[in-house]
Ligand binder design. Sequence first.
Ligand code: RM4
Ligand code: MN
Length: 388
Amino acid sequence: MTTLSPENLATLEAQSIELPSWAFGNSGTRFRVFPTAGTPRDPFEKIADAAQVHAFTKLAPSVALHIPWDKVDDYAALRTHAENLGVTLGTINSNTFQDEDYKFGALTHHDPAIRRKAIDHHLECVDVMDATGSRDLKIWLAEGSNYPGQNDMRGRQDRLHDSLQQIYARLSDEQRLVLEYKFFEPAFYHTDVPDWGTSYAQVAALGDRALVCLDTGHHAPGTNIEFIVMQLLRLGKLGSFDFNSRFYADDDLIVGSADPFQLFRIITEVIRGGGLNNPEVAFMLDQCHNIEEKIPGQIRSVLNVQEMTARALLIDRDALTTAQEANDVLAANAILMDAFYTDVRPALAEWRESRGLAGDPMAAFAASGYQQQIAADRVGGTQAGWGA
Ligand code: RM4
Ligand code: MN
């Protein structure tokens, strides 16, 4: 059996992955949202489900919230509830993609009243962050146009800068703004923050506490995502990951399911660039479980990240550098592939048991009875963003 060195195990023990509250709600495609038994009825129940993932894996100590989906009257109570369950509240996600007023833009809108409303929504998100103790405000904008000539792209970029500046000015010294990019959808002709370069240009103009969020599902097919990871780390501007995987568009499938090798390559660059277990680089999931069970879906996800991290830690860096500098193409590639093809699952299971965890968290959760309990207790829950 492959063994993991004490140094590698210490690294793995320190790993933490933030869960998205929305992963626990019902979601679907634009065709149908299939409900599941036991779906949370409010944000408190979403946190309870997320805490299960952490209890069985010790990998997911925080939960990201989405406003207004996770709006509550008393954020201090939500925070205490989370802490009592052994997790904390993490990144606050703004939402300017479901309001009639934002049909033609929000932070980029040419109408000052609508732009003001969108900025105010973000200021309200920072109020929430103050109450929840969250560090990061994550902004993803559904803004753009569908037809050439529809909008003045330059004007929108200028207004975006102004809007972001007003939001950034509201942050405390400990808080950060992360700007997520996505190459298309819901707009199909142009998107206002389509790529890492645009996100970088916008956040660089704000200051040190503004960084880029890289969602692994937000690139054109064939994009070398690990190159972008390398570059953002090199520039000190990689603030966070939204992990998920995709076959076609923004599929939001379980991370590492569509292309485990891509996840391995990304984590390899994270390690190379000093981004692993670095508080400056948040690991988060951004996924939806449309047809599979949600809590096991999240458990599978964090285990996939852990497994690929363990494999990437196995790369013999010294041998790799030697091979690279000797221009030994095949040897260098073989060193990487040896690590990738190593099955670390038995070693991870043994290590989990040595820490008092179940060797197989998926099986342990299934045997715990939690799923049956929530299916019986929670009737009519839809807590989700879409089609609820
Ligand atoms: C977007 C984007 C955001 C997420 C929403 C739900 O596509 O990835 O990160 O907050 O979906
Ligand atoms: Mn995302």
